[in-house]
Design a protein around this ligand. Structure first.
Ligand code: PRX
Length: 632
């Protein structure tokens, strides 16, 4: 809503203002939104507890800002064009007026089911319009949504439901994915079996599979909403009330529930959306992420709607019915800003340019990348063949925890350098730290990427375990938020992300902890112990390499054992986390104190045969020779 910076000089001056007087800077931006009551304090913070509060005392509802506020001038404007998986099926478009009505109906329906402000609602849905309606209905009544990506297994879903103590799951009978149909309802049935917090399961009909409905628990989506009034007064929320929980993986333990709150998240997603994509009224925006990830939350749902934008929601996959699908959708809706992941670019690049050139991509103004480092070859291909050399590539670096884009070019305003995310957005104060925790002031240096000042959409806590939040993000370097990434600042001050420096692997832009995958492998009766590392993968960015010590007393061929181990990961986490390579080993390289030397395993996975550095602390060096000898 007119938060857009219009030149690089303006960016530089805004940036200076935002550092010199952050409170004034953000208060002016927050003032452009609609508040039921103005805040008492713009910012209260310390990174030690940590305790971060933006606009506290301010009363608002985010859906009032992204729906009601637009109805007068944009009521008949399309909020979303929904493009189905099947290219022959006609899509659906929904206006702001219609979306408002649908959200109100479901909000009333949720209330009828006994959902109240502060209750947690789990959303496990395909990429359909109703998923967005479900998110917004929760926000309207003050319920906290926890979206679980529909590619996660029932056991992963159950863990997340349990951790959040969700009362309700909103799901569908199934989903369409290329030529396949996936049965979601039985996954939910399996998941909620032992989740005592669940009172109801709300089921949308997507694939007409007529699933079995459990009497008293399961409710048909349309049966619930059809009888509801078309208006629902938004709940009054404090700016610091929880808006949502989103689970993400870290280097240790189970995935943690990152908590975002209403006011700051609203201000930052809208501000970053308009600036990074240089969004102008009447543009058509398309982010290809799934709503189950933070990118979908911030740049399919909240950011674009807060700005009153028209966006595309796509149900399908980039390669169905063929590898031209993304470009066909861009042409069909005359997309102006296109936002995707490097893994998709690399996968489509492999299909050549002939299929790209069948479509008219002249509407594109800005093309974006997110989720993982983009290699130079993919960057160049994207710039030349999709952007036709005319569109800036915005390489946006951010995280589930940051809520919004932190480092990036701003459309065509900023200088570009392939593989460099670029400069910090106004209000973002990055720092590179050395291993002693000292800030590196000079340019052209590498270090641990941290943030030294809060921004409005920084995570507030990890659900139910504030110590975990403190230990994970605020303890490594006192007084800083630690991102887990390594980065280089070049001589001009542009940031280039090197990658994770912890035990997190980024597979096709999806984040997994090595420990989480090892835990899933270790549930298998063939496995005694395992160690998982990432290795460079042409399409996925990183592939998953699992070294597994197998119980010799079992009979079974290597193929059978591998298949069984993969099945354990698929059922424990989801197919997206299945190892690309499994090597069965008789032992793992451990120090005398029993710690696995992952550094060596990483090198072997990268194809290294020797030169493992200092191995003097290894308990049994012959283990390394054996692993190298049989490496995949
Ligand atoms: O390692 C960084 C990588 O993805 C991590 C965050 O993952 P997640 O919370 O799942 O959020 C992904 C989408 C925002 C980061 O710690 N990452 C994200 N964007 C980039 C990136 N690495 C390099 N370049 C990027 N543009």
């Amino acid at each position: 809503m007119n938060l857009r910076i219009k030149s690089f000089e303006e960016y530089q001056s805004k940036y200076k203002q935002s550092v010199a007087n952050p409170e004034q800077f953000w208060a002016e931006i927050a003032d452009t939104f609609s508040w039921q009551q103005k805040w008492d304090n713009v910012l209260d913070w310390n990174f030690n507890d940590p305790s971060i509060k933006w606009f506290s005392g301010g009363k608002m509802n985010i859906t009032e800002n992204l729906l009601d506020r637009h109805l007068k001038d944009r009521g008949n404007k399309v909020a979303f064009h929904w493009e189905p998986n099947d290219i022959n099926e006609s899509g659906k478009s929904i206006t702001y007026n219609e979306l408002h009505k649908e959200v109100c109906k479901l909000s009333n329906g949720l209330k009828e089911l006994g959902i109240e402000k502060g209750d947690r609602v789990c959303i496990y849905m395909p990429m359909v319009l109703e998923a967005t309606v479900a998110i917004l209905a929760c926000a309207r009544i003050g319920a906290v949504h926890s979206i679980v990506f529909a590619g996660f297994s029932s056991s992963a879903l159950a863990n997340r439901i349990d951790d959040a103590q969700a009362k309700l799951v909103i799901t569908s009978d199934g989903l369409n994915r290329g030529t396949k149909k996936v049965d979601l309802k039985s996954m939910v049935d399996e998941a909620v079996k032992d989740c005592s917090s669940i009172q109801h399961v709300l089921v949308l009909d997507c694939i007409h599979s007529k699933p079995t409905m459990k009497e008293g628990r399961d409710i048909d989506y349309h049966a619930l909403i059809n009888k509801q009034p078309h208006d629902c007064t938004p709940e009054t929320m404090d700016a610091e009330d929880m808006l949502f929980i989103l689970y993400t993986s870290g280097s240790t333990g189970k995935p943690k529930g990152v908590v975002h709150t209403c006011g700051g998240y609203m201000v930052y997603t809208s501000y970053s959306f308009e600036n990074v994509f240089q969004y102008e009224e009447n543009d058509v925006f398309w982010c290809t992420a799934d709503i189950g990830w933070i990118t979908g939350h911030s740049y399919i749902v909240y950011g674009p709607l807060l700005s009153g934008a028209t966006s595309v929601i796509f149900e399908g996959i980039p390669t169905f019915p063929d590898a031209g699908r993304f470009w066909q959708v861009c042409e069909k809706y005359k997309v102006n800003q296109f936002y995707t992941a490097p893994t998709a670019i690399r996968a489509l690049m492999a299909h050549g340019t002939e299929i790209v050139n069948k479509y008219d991509l002249s509407s594109l103004k800005v093309i974006g990348s997110v989720g993982e480092p983009i290699n130079e070859e993919a960057w160049n291909w994207y710039h030349e063949h999709i952007g036709k050399g005319n569109c800036p590539v915005v390489d946006t670096w951010w995280q589930t925890e940051t809520g919004g884009i932190m480092l990036s070019g701003l459309g065509d305003l900023s200088p570009m350098n392939p593989t460099h995310a670029g400069f910090p957005l106004p209000g973002i104060q990055p720092a590179l730290l050395d291993s002693d925790g000292n800030e590196i002031i000079e340019n052209d240096q590498e270090g641990y990427l941290c943030m030294k000042f809060p921004w409005p959409s920084i995570l507030r806590t990890t659900y139910g375990d504030h110590d975990r939040c403190k230990n994970t993000y605020f303890s490594n370097y006192k007084g800083y938020y630690f991102t887990g990434d390594g980065a280089k600042r070049d001589k001009n001050g542009m940031y280039r992300i090197i990658g994770r420096v912890d035990d997190v692997i980024n597979v096709s832009g999806h984040r997994f902890g090595t420990a989480e995958i090892e835990d899933a492998i270790n549930t298998n009766s063939f496995a005694i112990e395992s160690a998982v590392v990432g290795y460079p993968h042409d399409i996925k960015g990183q592939g998953i390499y699992a070294y597994v010590v197998v119980d010799k007393s079992h009979t079974g061929s290597e193929r059978e054992i591998s298949a069984s181990l993969i099945e354990s990961v698929s059922s424990g986490i989801g197919r997206i986390a299945k190892p690309d390579k499994i090597q069965m080993v008789t032992g793992l390289p451990k120090t005398r104190s029993g710690k696995i030397m992952r550094r060596i395993l990483r090198k072997i996975a990268e194809g290294e045969k020797a030169n493992f550095g200092d191995t003097s602390t290894l308990l049994d060096p012959s283990v390394v020779e054996e692993i190298v000898g049989n490496s995949k």
